[in-house]
Design a protein around this ligand. Structure first.
Ligand code: HEM
Length: 466
């Protein structure tokens, strides 16, 4: 599905090739077009569509410059401006200078310190077991599991329960929770809107997006009401409690009602979609690399022996080193939030030659950065989790691997995602043989974030011989 009919550069600015894709459009998977343009045109190129230009970069040296917080900062680029239609001034889409960003960041940071993961661990384990129960039934029946759908069930229930004490009960539903469907349509809208030709009539799709956004807000109101409804509540120490109760030292107030709604939508989206994709890609690579799967199984067996219902502890998760490396390597090849944007604080030159105006945004094509040969060697397409072994990692630039973004606005939920995903991956490897029954060929689906499309496995409980 690599786009083959891409135009040649029509010119260049400051030595950067300009490629006008107005005729071909952005394609169903815009990321694949961006990756192909980067492969053909080098570490910096301008994509032009209907007169709008976006500078994309992907080389390690240029990204290293962009990571310099003195010169650059997060840009809420056109894609995130679209997402703001349904997440407003939530953390992800807030502008740097919006007062609510710093306020919410300060209020919520304690909930994401490594120690807080200890609090979430039991909930994560409970939801992981829901997934195992469901896969056990598939194993009994010999029916395949829809990997990405089930990973999404797991991650949505986890952030719902751990963050907000709200149970989406996704495993009791044959179809994804309607929140997920509305969210995916909203994200697709935000992505497709980037390629709009001038003059079209988009009122119907825009109205459909508004209806979906209103539905997301209604679900969130239900989540908040469930908490605040008069009943005496047990003590809560989750995200919602911080949002409702924590007072900001600077002005002595809590987050306002509108901002809380935006934060809850933001966390429900950001807190599950990307983690689900990361787990799905990791399972894809494990299914295709039996020797690595075997090592991951050995790692889990060392902790949990042949117990059929192990009780992973908080400390166990830190010991699952190879499992974590597998996740990192999956995030290297397919970072599930695949681009992020930076903007110059002042007029500047990038790479000593590309003129940037203050506030002009630059988009990083993360999967191509993650294949930069100066950091990753001659065979960057190969899946090799030992790239993340400590000795291999030590000499590598910290800017060569950016699945969680960079700087002050990097992902707040990184530890949350990695704890949840490492535990689940190890529990799955411990319990099942993964059978690639359909000889799956990877295709990527994108609704801003990415995941493997239509990936199914059959799972067979391991026996002591396996
Ligand atoms: C920000 C990726 C999981 C909440 C970001 C950014 C990236 C990212 C790249 C920066 C975006 C930018 O610069 O524009 C990922 C990936 C994840 C993941 C790949 C899983 C593998 C999570 C989880 C949560 C979360 C589990 C919440 C529980 C957020 C929030 C922000 C953010 C709130 C905005 C932070 C700010 O600007 O202050 N994430 N994320 N993410 N992420 Fe994640």
């Amino acid at each position: 599905e690599t786009p083959s009919d891409l135009p040649m550069p029509s010119g260049e600015v400051d030595g950067v090739p300009v490629i006008d894709v107005s005729e071909t459009g952005l394609g169903a998977v815009p990321l694949l077009q961006q990756m192909e343009l980067a492969r053909r045109n080098g570490p910096a190129f301008v994509q032009r569509i209907h007169g709008r230009d976006t500078l994309f970069v992907s080389g390690l040296d240029l990204v290293t410059e962009l990571a310099d917080e003195q010169r650059f900062t997060k840009a809420v680029g056109p894609a995130l401006v679209n997402v703001r239609e349904f997440t407003g001034d939530g953390l992800f889409t807030a502008y740097n200078d919006e007062a609510n960003w710093a306020k919410a960041h300060d209020v919520l940071m304690p909930a994401f310190a490594l120690g807080s993961m200890r609090t979430y661990h039991p909930v994560m384990l409970k939801v992981a077991r829901r997934l195992l129960d469901s896969w056990d039934r598939h194993a009994d029946e010999g029916t395949p599991v829809a990997v990405a759908d089930d990973m999404t069930r797991m991650t949505l229930d986890t952030i719902g329960l751990a963050g907000f004490g709200f149970d989406f009960t996704s495993f009791e539903r044959a179809e994804p929770h309607p929140f997920v469907e509305a969210m995916v349509r909203c994200l697709e809208w935000a992505m497709i809107r980037l390629g709009r030709a001038p003059g079209g009539d988009h009122r119907a799709v825009d109205a459909a997006m508004r209806a979906d956004a209103d539905y997301l807000a209604a679900v969130v109101d239900e989540v908040v009401t469930a908490r605040t409804a008069g009943r005496a509540q047990p003590e809560h120490t989750d995200l919602l409690a911080l949002m409702l109760e924590a007072v900001h030292p600077a002005d002595g107030t809590t987050l306002d009602v509108e901002n809380i709604r935006n934060q809850v939508i933001t966390f429900l989206i950001a807190g599950h979609e990307t983690t689900s994709g990361a787990l799905s890609f990791a399972l894809y690579y494990l299914a295709k690399h039996p020797a690595v799967l075997r090592l991951v199984q050995q790692e889990a067996d060392e902790l949990w022996g042949d117990r059929t219902d192990p009780e992973p502890t908080f400390e166990d998760i830190g010991r699952l080193r190879l499992t974590r490396q597998v996740l990192n390597e999956a995030l290297r090849l397919w970072p599930t939030a695949p681009t992020f944007s930076r903007e110059a604080r002042e007029d500047t030159l990038l790479g000593g030659r590309i003129r940037l105006r203050a506030g002009q945004d630059v988009r990083v094509v993360v999967p191509i950065l993650h294949r930069d040969r100066t950091a990753w060697g001659d065979n960057p397409e190969a899946f090799d989790p030992f790239r993340f072994a400590p000795a291999a990692e030590a000499p590598r630039s910290p800017h060569a691997f950016k699945p969680f973004g960079t700087g002050e606005r990097a992902c707040i939920g990184r530890q949350f995602a990695l704890h949840e995903a490492t535990m689940l991956l190890a529990m799955l490897a411990h319990r099942y043989r993964l059978v690639d029954h359909a000889d799956y060929r990877l295709t990527v689906k994108q609704s801003l974030t990415i995941k493997p499309n239509a990936f199914t496995l059959t799972v067979v409980p391991r026996t002591p011989e396996d």
